[in-house]
Every structure is written in C-alpha cells, then in structure tokens.
Design a binder for this molecule. Sequence first.
Ligand SMILES: Cc1ncc(COP(=O)(O)O)c(C=O)c1O
Length: 376
Amino acid sequence: MKPVENLVKDSIKNLKPCAHGGEILDAAGKSGFKREEILDFSSSVNPLGPSKKALEAAKNSFKEIATYPDSNSNELRQAIADHFDGLSKTNVIVGNGSTELMYLFAETFMKKGDTAVIPAPTFGEYESAVRKTGETPKFVKLDKNFNVDATVFAHEMVGAKIVFLCNPNNPTSILIPSETLTGIIEKALEQDSLVFLDEDFLEFVENEKALSMINKIKAYPNLFILRSFTKIFGLTGLRVGYGIASEEIINVLLCAKIPWNVNCLAQAAAVVALKDGEHLRVTRELIKNEKAFLSTELEKIKSFKVFPPDANFFFIDIRKSGLTATELKNKLLRQGILIRDCTSFRELDEYFIRVAVKTREENERLIEALKRTVKN
Ligand SMILES: Cc1ncc(COP(=O)(O)O)c(C=O)c1O
C-alpha cells in the first residue's frame, strides 16, 4: 500500500492544529501539579461553573443514553428561540460546541476559488475551518489599538464569500463598534457576502441585548450569529453551541450537518441552563465586580499594558516586564497557575498574554503570583 500520507487530500495534509487555552492536562503533566490543583486562567469560561439545575437535568437524562438523541435538537432549538424575541425554531441550529458550526458553515458555503476574510488577531478556528475546505483565508490586520479599521476592512472584503468577525474579539476582549459592524454587514449584503458573526463572549458584556445582532437577522439575510453554552453557561465539556440566521441559511446547514451531532445530556442540560436566570444574574454580578478588582490590581503592575476589557478576560502587553509570554506562562505554571500565552495568534508577537476573570480568591492568587514573578 502507498504511504497513507499520499492518500490524504491536500487541504487536510497541510492542516495544523490550532492552539487553545484550557490545556490543563498538558499543564499538569509539565508542572507536576495535579489537574485539580491548577488554576486555569487560560480558558475564559464561567468561574462558577454550570447551573446546578442544568447539571441535574443532564443527570436525569442518563436514562436516555441507550437511545439516539434528537438529531435536530428540536426542544433545545425551541428553547433558544423562546429565549430571544421574534425568533422561531427555524432560525436556530445547534452544534457540538459552536466550533462545529464554524466548520459546517465554511464547508457549506466555500466553493473552489472563494475567499474568506478574517481579522487578525482573532480566534484561530475560523482559519482552520476555511483551510479545511481547501481554500485560503485572507487576513485583515486590526489597527494598532486592536480595533477593526472600517475603511481598510471595507476595501479588503471586496469579493469575499464569507466575512468572519468576533464580537467581542478573542484574544483582545474588545468590542467592534456597532456602526462599524453594521457598515460591514451592509457592505457584505450589497456584494452577496455572508457574515459569520461570533457572539460567544457577548453574554459577558453588560449591554449585551443592545449590542447583539440577533434581532437584525430579518434585515440582514446574509448574517449568521454564533453563540455557545461553553462560555457564560459553563457547559464547556458537554459541547453545545448554536447559530441564529434566516430560515434559508439554517435549512441548508441542517441538511449539511452530520446526524445526532449533539448528545442527549448536552441537549437536556442546555434547555435548563437557558432558563436558570438566577445563575446568569449571579455570574454577571461576579464578573462585573471581579473585572473591576483585577483592573485595579493589574494596573498596579507598571510593566504591563492592560487593554480595557469588554469581555470576561484581560488582554495584556507584557513586553516591558522583560519576559516573553512563554517565559511568564512557564514561571506561573511552576506556581500552579495557567495563563494563555498569545504567541500563537496571527499578527501578535511574543509579548501578549490573556487571563480570564475568575473568583476573588483565585484572582488574588493570580495577582500575588504575578507580583512575585514580574518586575514592576
Ligand atoms: C471566540 C470563540 N468562539 C468560539 C469558541 C469555541 O467555543 P465552543 O466551545 O462553543 O466550541 C471559542 C473558544 O475558545 C472562542 O474563543
């Protein structure tokens, strides 16, 4: 037989796995700490974990494990539609984490020779999803303050099939101003481009409802909005995310997706998580207070340039500390703390880190460790 390598499609052969935060097992292996001893600031999810009621719902659906889950997650799609005003189930698709929907979207719409425009730096899976289709993404660098430059973007997106945007952006924690966002979506509409708008972190932003584009899907039939149960809902390991768009877009994606993509425990937990308003309220309150605490404390480290965060994580330029992000990550890991070294992000050099907002006790441990490790 030929070497397997010779049998692989070129688009797959050249794929490189994308780096992520949250690699806690790897961190445990390297540091000698046990998995549960490591404080993970590299993954920006709800520090309180999921709703107890949602976990109970997952447990109660253990009995369903012996049968196939609902392939189209109908009950969950209805619950998501009911959670927002003016949506119907036909505007919703559910995925195995929101990441599945990035790949599904690119696979469904990218034809040979199409381009997809992606800002840089941003979440790395949009690039991998596009590359997996065999097409090449085009990157548009953010400006020096890590904002989308509306003029540059309008020029670069001409002729694109898909425009990927992340609001607020990972790893910068910065929102795209509404006028810029609307301008891009309208320009995309004029030229028949689709907009894939990742709002996975928007639920951590205070005026989420006013900033979300979910209520604009009727006006913009080219718009697909991504959301997740991984972030504020904390159902991270269960893998559930969803997309909201016109019925036409959703129908095509429903036909293209694999069957039974979301398991029964995840569907049951997500339905209940959406309804646990109290857990969301407590989480938002904690994030608000802890963001303020961390802002004050991080500002005291004079060798850090802290970008004001819109989401539940801080993006920090540490070049004046005399350490690279990899060096700082390794030094903190020896103290049982894991941060995101942002070196792997496109258009970032080796001096940027990202840290999540966690509980007071955990945040205090981070600050103490930073003060011990970094020159002021
Ligand atoms: C901006 C952004 N979108 C999507 C994802 C993936 O989320 P999910 O767990 O829903 O696949 C991440 C994960 O870090 C992310 O940062």
